[in-house]
Design a binder for this molecule. Structure first.
Ligand code: GTP
Ligand code: MG
Length: 202
């Protein structure tokens, strides 16, 4: 799938500020520093796009990117970069700490059709597990993206995938994509999963 245009659209502080164009949305969720901005830039093949739109202080906002592709089934959609959840928070407060805006968005945005759930395979924490189960409880089928895979060797990769499977109690058909923004590993597979989520198979 070829991205023909990608632009930062706006940052929203409440749901009523979200674009009303009716396009389907794909949200990018994960801990701070997990690699969200890097992933967005890699997916869109636009260096610095995500960083420019997300200066410090905007971290409580929903950041909207408008994407156009060459795929007839997915001409335009929004990629929404959500604030990361922090390292220091305890698991049971993930929901509250994540902020009511994020909660509302993930629970009620009717045009939201796909959620990329980013985890750093080397440092998966209980908090990630809680966030993942919570997303599933909301009815989402998160696409798990293991970030920074270039940092893992063969054995470590296998261990990391097995550990994730067990911790998150994944089923065989739960989508998991090993990705690296450095080598672009997994980028094509990720586009496939995005297309499935937003435009359905075939
Ligand atoms: P916040 O915006 O603070 O929530 O962080 P983020 O999730 O957007 O992470 P960001 O993309 O800014 O990346 C954080 C750090 O990880 C940066 O130093 C990146 O260079 C590094 N990084 C991101 N992706 C990769 C990757 O695939 N491989 C490696 N080796 N480093 C990565
Ligand atoms: Mg970022």
């Amino acid at each position: 799938m070829k991205v023909t245009a990608a632009e930062f659209l706006k940052s929203c502080a409440s749901l009523d500020q979200c674009p009303q164009e009716g396009l389907l949305e794909l949200a990018c969720v994960g801990r701070s520093n997990v690699g969200k901005s890097s992933l967005i830039n890699t997916l869109l093949n636009r260096k610095g796009l995500a960083k420019v739109s997300r200066p410090p202080g905007k971290t409580r906002l929903l950041n909207y990117f408008r994407i156009s592709t060459s795929d007839p089934a997915l001409r335009h959609f929004y990629l929404v970069d959500l604030p990361g959840y922090g390292y220091a928070k305890v698991a049971k407060t993930v929901r509250e700490e994540w902020g009511s805006l994020i909660n509302q968005y993930l629970a009620s945005q009717s045009t939201l059709r796909g959620v990329l759930f980013l985890v750093d395979g080397r440092v998966t924490q209980r908090e990630d597990e809680t966030a993942y189960q919570w997303l599933k409880g909301l009815g989402h089928r998160p696409i798990i993206v293991l970030t920074k895979m270039d940092k893992l060797k063969g054995n470590e990769r296998r261990n990391c995938l097995a550990a994730l499977q067990e911790r998150f109690q994944l089923l065989d058909d739960d989508p998991v994509i090993a990705h690296s923004s450095l080598t672009r590993e997994g980028t094509d597979a990720l586009w496939g999963a995005i297309r499935n989520a937003l435009a359905g198979p075939g």
